[in-house]
Design a protein around this ligand. Structure first.
Ligand SMILES: Cc1cc2nc3c(=O)[nH]c(=O)nc-3n(C[C@H](O)[C@H](O)[C@H](O)COP(=O)(O)O)c2cc1C
Length: 341
């Protein structure tokens, strides 16, 4: 094994290890979105319908398991469990960055296992937004992906000792990729949010799926800081656009733009609020991973069972029978979120 590959594998495992040790708390600002209770919903709980279509396939809930890992033995084990969860709940799953598997054939199986388990379900590939079109097509082919996420992670790279320092040319690269890729392209952050200006620039080069991945959940400045013996980034932990603010900035740009809510999504109120303000789906990484590593498959499965049950409960309490109706729910914005808007 080359030194470079060893380092990449170590980094993958360290990300999971340090994620579990991270504990800095930031707000998503979802608490500043107010939805009104409907005391007369005139609905039967049995008729609440959470099904939708994403990337041309039917899914049971407006949720996805967002990008986490792949490339090592440990991440293969995690991917097996995540894929079983995605299959059980019939929701999409994105794999972690596949760069390692483009460079090393032995790492591929840890990603391919997700497609093997999902069969016809939605599996989404993942690479950096500076990847070439050949790399993008290889990542898609590797797991017969339904689409690909290209991640934007400048804050993470800059707080990583060995990270990238040059972010020039990324928007041109995204334009190239989206014009030549044979599957839908999602551009996502990794926990620092996407502003309206950035979203408009992405839309203008042809991007039709944006995952805001805002601040308030997994914090890669904190995670990288634990790996960095050169600089101390503790004072930058609060950086980023809170998820609710990022969502409000990105929804409303165009009906053609599909917005995915992620970054600190843990509970049913956050999912339902995301959909009310215009998101198509909510993505979860950290909370599912934490349940899986702390309590195993059963615990993670119970978490998703409760979450999906309570999404239905809240839909009924809003008087909304299906997701289309839910997406037209009026809401009010208060406090810090209102101030920032
Ligand atoms: C351990 C770990 C590894 C991650 N690796 C990737 C990755 O390889 N590619 C990516 O786009 N996002 C990656 N993410 C970021 C997530 O997809 C997501 O954008 C971010 O964690 C915010 O969501 P959360 O608060 O639900 O965790 C990773 C997250 C975690 C927790």
């Amino acid at each position: 094994m080359t030194k470079e590959l060893r380092k990449r594998k170590d980094r993958k495992n360290e990300h999971i290890d340090y994620f579990m040790k991270s504990n800095y708390k930031r707000s998503t600002l979802f608490e500043d979105i107010y939805l009104e209770h409907n005391a007369l919903p005139e609905l039967n709980f049995e008729d609440i319908d959470t099904k939708t279509v994403f990337m041309g396939k039917k899914i049971d809930f407006p949720l996805m398991i967002n990008a986490i890992t792949g490339g090592t033995d440990f991440s293969r084990e995690i991917n097996v469990e995540l894929a079983r969860l995605a299959k059980k709940f019939n929701i999409p799953i994105a794999v972690g960055s596949q760069t390692i598997a483009l460079q090393n054939e032995d790492s591929r199986q840890s990603f391919q296992v997700v497609r093997d388990i999902l069969e016809d379900g939605i599996v989404i590939a993942n690479l950096s937004a500076s990847s070439s079109i050949d790399e993008v097509n290889s990542a898609i082919d590797m797991i017969r992906a339904d689409g690909i996420q290209l991640h934007l992670n400048a804050a993470q790279e800059l707080s990583m000792k060995e990270g990238d320092r040059n972010f020039k040319g990324i928007i041109d690269n995204i334009k190239n990729v989206v014009n030549s890729a044979n599957k839908p392209v999602i551009v996502k952050e990794v926990g620092f949010g996407i502003s309206r200006n950035a979203a408009e620039r992405l839309y203008n080069v042809g991007i039709r799926y944006i995952d805001v991945s805002g601040a308030g959940g997994t914090n890669f400045i904190e995670i990288e800081n634990m790996r960095n013996d050169e600089y101390d980034f503790t004072d930058v932990y609060s950086w980023g656009i809170p998820t609710a603010l990022s969502l409000l900035q990105c929804t409303g740009i165009s009906n053609e733009l599909n917005i995915i809510a992620s970054g600190g999504i843990k509970d049913s109120q956050e999912v339902v609020k995301s959909l009310c303000i215009g998101a198509k789906l909510a993505g979860i990484s950290g909370q599912v991973l934490r349940h899986l590593l702390d309590g195993g498959f059963e615990d993670a499965s119970n978490y998703l069972k409760e979450l999906t049950y309570k999404i239905k409960v809240l839909m009924l309490l809003l008087g909304k029978q299906n997701l289309k109706e839910l997406q037209n729910t009026p809401y009010k914005i208060k406090g810090e979120l209102k101030e920032l808007l």
